[in-house]
Design a protein around this ligand. Structure first.
Ligand SMILES: Cc1ncc(C[n+]2csc(CCOP(=O)(O)OP(=O)(O)O)c2C)c(N)n1
Length: 291
């Protein structure tokens, strides 16, 4: 992200809470993720007036309401597209998308590769609870086939997708994973994602205590295993090998980080080349001069 928004204010994590009450069910993992976001923002000293929090629709997509920042609650699955536009228009802001596996990978699945391949300078925190929570429990792209949901009373017919492999394949330049029950790990990874210049993706397992009765806290606690020490985060092949869960465990930590020009960097190159054209002056359309 742009360094302009970093270390601007001194605010405690709780001071990033907005006046809107959090309405998630007791025990929902989303609470842990939200607290981790507050903590990351506080540790980075992000000025709330320099942050744009964007979401689609879902329980997780309510997150922007709970954060003191500018915000947009957009259409189901379209947060990434809106965030891409916001980031181009205001590259000086911290742009963060928060949403679920349904919002991101079902209806929003068409947008995910493009944010990654374009290397849009933003943070995407995906609350992965393996179910559609807001609509009371339908099977999602990350549901395990064993899950008996309203739409799959006998279990699911397909193989779950792997968000990490997906993001690594499409060129995200920061890919990490955690579990909501590990708030410090979540906060550190979100912090790293905000600091990273480029498209950052953080997948966080989040228990849905109301509708997903198999992906429990105990299940996730046993599933995750810290990324081994010595793992080279610049090695895409090694990151993919880990994401494939060689020992059956889901890696927790930073899997991959790379440097590549961002979308705004590339647009800036074009502006430099063709800027000032009387019919098509990009500088007049978007202000890329901000730091
Ligand atoms: C166009 C459209 N289709 C369907 C819906 C219904 N809908 C609302 S949220 C949602 C899925 C929510 O699941 P997820 O994104 O995983 O978030 P969670 O609630 O589990 O945090 C669906 C299908 C909608 N609001 N708009």
């Amino acid at each position: 992200m742009s360094t302009a928004a970093l270390h601007q204010v001194e605010m405690k994590p709780k001071e990033y809470k907005s006046e809107v009450s959090v309405v998630w069910c007791p025990g929902c993992g989303h609470h842990g993720i939200l607290n981790a976001i507050y903590r990351a923002l506080s540790e980075l000293g992000i000025d709330p007036t320099k942050m744009m929090s964007i979401s689609g629709i879902g329980c997780s997509s309510r997150t922007p309401y709970f954060i003191k920042s500018y915000k947009m609650h957009t259409l189901h699955g379209r947060a990434g597209a809106v965030a891409t536009g916001a980031q181009i228009a205001r590259p000086d802001l911290v742009v963060m998308v928060t949403g679920g596996d349904g919002d991101g990978f079902s209806i929003g699945g068409g947008h995910m590769p493009h944010m990654a391949r374009k290397n849009v300078d933003m943070t995407y925190v995906l609350y992965d609870n393996g179910i559609y929570g807001l609509t009371k429990g339908q099977y999602s792209p990350t549901s395990r086939p064993e899950l008996k949901a309203y739409t799959t009373p006998y279990g699911g017919p397909d193989t779950p997708m792997d968000p990490l492999l997906y993001m690594l394949t499409y060129g995200a330049t920061y890919v990490a994973q955690a579990f909501a029950g590990k708030p410090k790990v979540c906060a550190d990874l979100i912090k790293g994602a905000i600091e990273h210049r480029g498209f950052s993706y953080v997948n966080i397992f989040s228990q849905c205590t109301s509708f997903n009765h198999i992906d429990t806290v105990e299940y996730y606690r046993d599933l995750v295993e810290e990324v081994p020490t010595g793992h080279d985060v610049t090695d895409l092949g090694a990151a993919m090998a880990l994401a494939r869960r060689p020992n059956g465990k889901a890696p927790m930590g930073l899997l991959y980080q790379d440097k590549r020009p961002t979308l705004v960097d590339r647009l800036q190159e074009i502006v430099t080349k063709v800027g000032g054209h009387p019919d098509y002056d990009l500088n007049k359309i978007i202000d890329l001069s901000r730091p």
